[in-house]
Ligand binder design. Structure first.
Ligand code: EPZ
Length: 439
C-alpha cells in the first residue's frame, strides 16, 4: 500500500524512454497458448499486470521465464489445467483474453467471469457472442464461463459492434479463436487499435492467415496449427501520451524516445490545439509548452479517435487552462473517479452524465488524494507535479499496474516524487499526534 508524496510545482526537462505496450503485451502473451512450444516476446514492460498475467498462464500449465535481456519466454507445450481461476481473474479483467485461445487449442475452457470495475460497466457479451457464432457452447457455472467446442470451431461472419463501438479485447478473443477455426471468418466492426494490429502481426508471424489488419474488417483463413514465434511489442502510446501531458502541464520540455506518433494522431492534434508543440525528432519526438494552456473539447472514441485511456490525464491538464473545456467520455461513460479527487486539489470540474465541464483555474493546490484506477492515478500524479505544496497520492499500486517505476523516471527529468509505504506514513502521523497530545 505505497503512497506518493509529490512536491510541486516543478518544471520538467529531459529525455524519457517509452516502454513496450502493456495493452499489446497482454493479448500477445495469451496468443502463446495457441502454439505448442516456446514463444519469445520482446520489450514486455515490468508491470504488476504482466506479473499477474504470467501467474495466470503459469496456473494453466505454461512455464514463464524472463531472460537476462528482459525477453519474456512462454513455454506452452503443456497446458494441463485450462481454467482461469477467480483469484487471478478478479485482479485483472484482461485475463478474459485466454478464453478464445484455450477454446481454439483445447476445445474447452473455463474462465472466471470478470467482476466490477472502477471505470464502469464492462460486460463481455460481445466476446461470448462471437465465440458462440464460431460454434462454441457457452454457459455460466458458479461464476465461471464454461466454453466447449468438441468438434472444433468453424469460421463464419461475425459482427462485433457494440453500444460503444468496437471492443478491443473482444476482437482479440475472437480473432485468436478464428485463427484455428475451420474455414474463413469475417470479423466486422473489429477494433483497429494499434494493440490489435500488433496482435494480428504476431499471429501472422506464428503462421496465421489474416487480411485487413488495421481495418474494421478482419478476414481470417483458419489453419491447422500455429508455431511459437519471437515477436517485439510496439511502444506504449498511452504511456507516451501521459509523459507528453507531463511536459505540457509543467510548461516543460521532454524528448520522448521510442514513441510512435503514427499511433497518436488524435492525441497530438489535441495537444497542438491546446498550445503544446510536438515535433518529430530522431526515434521519437520533443514535446514542450511555452505559452498558456488554451481550452479544448475532447471526446473519447475507439481508435483512431481520442483514447479513453488519456481522458483523465488531459482533464488534469485542462483544469489549469484558460477558459472552459468540455470532456465527453463515449467509451466508458462513467470513467470519472478522478473528477472528485482533482476538485479536492482546487480544480473546478462539473460532471453531467458522460460529460465534464472543465472551468480552468489559475493553479491547483496540493491535497491528499485517492487513486481509484490506473489512468485516474496517472492524472493525480500529473496534477501533483504542478499543485502548490505536497500532494499525497494514496494506493499507488494502481499506477504500478501500467507504468514501470514512474516516479524514478519523472524524478530523472525534474520531478520530486517520493514513494513511501502507507505504514511509514501512518507511523509518522501517529508519532506527530502523540507529540501533540504530550504537549
Ligand atoms: C481495452 O479494454 C483496454 N484494456 C482498456 O485499457 C481500454 O480502456 C479499452 O480497451 C478501450 O480502449 C486492455 O487492452 C487490457 P472494450 P477492453 O471491450 O477491451 C463495451 C487501461 O487503462 N463492451 O474495448 O476491456 C465496454 O463496456 C485499460 O490500460 C460491451 O458492451 O475495452 C466499453 O464501454 C482500461 N460488451 C466499450 O465496449 C463487450 O462484450 C469498449 O470496451 C465488450 C465491451
Amino acid at each position: 500500500m505505497d503512497i506518493f508524496r509529490i512536491e510541486g510545482p516543478v518544471q520538467l526537462s529531459g529525455v524519457v524512454n517509452i516502454n513496450g505496450s502493456k495493452n499489446a503485451s497482454l493479448p500477445i502473451m495469451a496468443a502463446a497458448i495457441l502454439a505448442a512450444g516456446e514463444s519469445v516476446i520482446k520489450a514486455v514492460p515490468y508491470l504488476s499486470d504482466i506479473s499477474i498475467f504470467s501467474q495466470l498462464l503459469g496456473q494453466l500449465g505454461c512455464r514463464i521465464t524472463r531472460s537476462p535481456n528482459g525477453d519474456l519466454c512462454i513455454d506452452s507445450r503443456v497446458i494441463d489445467n485450462p481454467v482461469g481461476e477467480y483469484e487471478i481473474v478478479r485482479r485483472m479483467r484482461a485475463s478474459i483474453c485466454i478464453l478464445g485461445p484455450l477454446l481454439a487449442r483445447y476445445g474447452r475452457a473455463e474462465v472466471s467471469m470478470p467482476g466490477g470495475c472502477a471505470i464502469g460497466d464492462r460486460p463481455i457479451d460481445i466476446h461470448l457472442q462471437g465465440l458462440r457464432e464460431l460454434g462454441a457452447k457457452v454457459h455460466l457455472k458458479n461464476g465461471y464461463i464454461v466454453a466447449e467446442t468438441p468438434n472444433g470451431l468453424t469460421g463464419c461472419d461475425i459482427f462485433m459492434g457494440g453500444p460503444f463501438g468496437s471492443t478491443v479485447l473482444g476482437t482479440a478473443n475472437v480473432l485468436m479463436a478464428s485463427t484455428l477455426a475451420k474455414g474463413k471468418t469475417i470479423i466486422e466492426s473489429a477494433a483497429c487499435e494499434p494493440e490489435i494490429v500488433d496482435l494480428a502481426n504476431c499471429l501472422t508471424r506464428m503462421g496465421a492467415k489474416i487480411d485487413g489488419i488495421g481495418s474494421p474488417r478482419l478476414i481470417v483463413e483458419g489453419v491447422k496449427e500455429l508455431q511459437p514465434a519471437e515477436y517485439q511489442v510496439i511502444p506504449d502510446r498511452i504511456e507516451a501520451g501521459t509523459f507528453m501531458v507531463a511536459a505540457a502541464i509543467t510548461a516543460g520540455q521532454l524528448r520522448l524516445l521510442d514513441c510512435r506518433l503514427d499511433d497518436m494522431m488524435a492525441v497530438v492534434d489535441r495537444l497542438r490545439n491546446i498550445g503544446v508543440t510536438v515535433e518529430v525528432a530522431d526515434g521519437g519526438c520533443v514535446v514542450a509548452r511555452r505559452g498558456s494552456i488554451k481550452p479544448a473539447d475532447i471526446t473519447t472514441l475507439p481508435f483512431p479517435g481520442f483514447p479513453t485511456d488519456l481522458q483523465a490525464q488531459f482533464m488534469a491538464l485542462l483544469s489549469i487552462g484558460e477558459g472552459n473545456s468540455v470532456v465527453i467520455e463515449k467509451v466508458f461513460p462513467d470513467r470519472f473517479m478522478h473528477v472528485a479527487e482533482l476538485n479536492r486539489m482546487a480544480a473546478n470540474l462539473r460532471r453531467e452524465g458522460p460529460t465534464v465541464i472543465v472551468a480552468g483555474v489559475k493553479k491547483l493546490i496540493a491535497a491528499p488524494v485517492m487513486a481509484s484506477d490506473l489512468r485516474a492515478s496517472a492524472a493525480l500524479v500529473l496534477a501533483g507535479l504542478v499543485a502548490e505544496g505536497t500532494t499525497v497520492v494514496n494506493r499507488v499500486y494502481h499506477i504500478d499496474r501500467g507504468y514501470e517505476r514512474i516516479e524514478e523516471r519523472l524524478n530523472l527529468v525534474g520531478a520530486k516524487i517520493f514513494r513511501e509505504s502507507a505504514e511509514s506514513m501512518a507511523g509518522g502521523l501517529t508519532s506527530k499526534i502523540s507529540e501533540r497530545v504530550e504537549k
